[in-house]
Design a protein around this ligand. Structure first.
Ligand SMILES: Nc1ncnc2c1ncn2[C@@H]1O[C@H](COP(=O)(O)OP(=O)(O)OP(=O)(O)O)[C@@H](O)[C@H]1O
Ligand SMILES: [Mg+2]
Length: 278
């Protein structure tokens, strides 16, 4: 698996690019003074107010904090789904704010994968087609899309379930499809916003096992928002948000380690149930 595809497009002004190249040891992700304001006047709300964060390639980071503390806002900015009102976001040393809209979209498609609490799958579309979607946007051929999507689904334990639509899958399986969709482009980073928020404890641990395997075995940097200390315990590093700022950054000396493959083997049937209409 190609872990980190090169940022091939010049990010904007030549000077900015030259600067970026001069920082070989720059962290994969650097946020400095990120602010995000919603609304104006009486309805103005500062969702982020000076967020600083460095993430090194290969980290598994848990983001915690009370509701409304800005976690999703930060994830959306990190994922280039939203832009900050102020501050600097460097991805591999490249200033994201200097990128054009198209360049940001390319960065997102090539380097970032998303997993959301609500799975966000297309309802009337098979698991396979859901996973193929990012490759369709990228312009891959039908053959290449199919091969990569089959492989991604197999890697999350869903071999044999490719033709099932989300309605025919459990919550845990839907989240696996969403993870397959997130990794099918071989991103450097997976951003997961409460990926286990809609799942029971066993499914949550299975999903955490998968995220852990992506991180440990495939070198994918994982940033995960969670309200559950048990899920955060998989991460070696935990940061806490409060009122739009990072207020604690702690190392977890004994992160939870599991054998996700053994767990998945017992939890996931290898073949789907019969689907004939009765
Ligand atoms: N699109 C928006 N327009 C206006 N206000 C918003 C918008 N998105 C978020 N907010 C506000 O910004 C603040 C931070 O929201 P955010 O969704 O980042 O919190 P969160 O930490 O993810 O919370 P939760 O744990 O409930 O998911 C909240 O006060 C929220 O109401
Ligand atoms: Mg949120």
């Amino acid at each position: 698996m190609t872990l980190v595809a090169p940022l091939t497009e010049p990010p904007g002004p030549a000077g900015a690019h030259a600067n970026a190249k001069a920082q070989p040891e720059a962290p994969l992700i650097r946020l400095r003074g990120i602010a995000k304001r919603y609304g104006s006047g009486a309805t103005e709300l500062l969702a982020l107010q000076g967020l600083d964060l460095d993430v090194q390639a290969g980290e598994l980071l848990a983001i915690m904090g009370p509701s409304g503390s800005g976690k999703s806002t930060a994830m959306n900015i990190l994922g280039c789904l939203d832009t900050p009102t102020a501050g600097q976001y460097l991805f591999k040393g490249v200033p994201v704010q200097a990128l054009s809209r198209d360049q940001r979209a390319r960065l997102r498609r090539r380097h970032l994968g998303f997993v959301f609490q609500g799975f966000n799958l297309l309802a009337r579309t098979s698991a396979l087609e859901n996973v193929e979607l990012p490759l369709l946007y990228r312009g891959d051929s039908a053959t290449a899309r199919r091969a990569a999507a089959l492989q991604a689904l197999a890697s999350v334990g869903l071999k044999g379930w490719e033709d099932h639509s989300p309605a025919e899958l459990s919550g845990g399986q839907q989240q696996r499809v969403a993870i397959a969709r997130a990794i099918v482009t071989e991103p450097a980073v997976v951003l997961a916003d409460e990926p286990t928020g809609n799942l029971d404890s066993q499914r949550s641990h299975e999903i955490m096992g998968l995220l852990l395997a992506l991180n440990r075995d495939h070198g994918i940097t994982v940033l995960m928002v969670t309200h559950e200390p048990e899920m955060a315990a998989y991460a070696r590093r935990m940061v806490h948000f409060s009122d739009g700022r990072l207020v604690r950054d702690v190392q977890n000396p004994r992160p939870t380690t599991r054998a996700p493959t053994a767990e998945m083997a017992s939890a996931v049937p290898t073949a789907p149930p019969a689907t004939e209409a009765t």
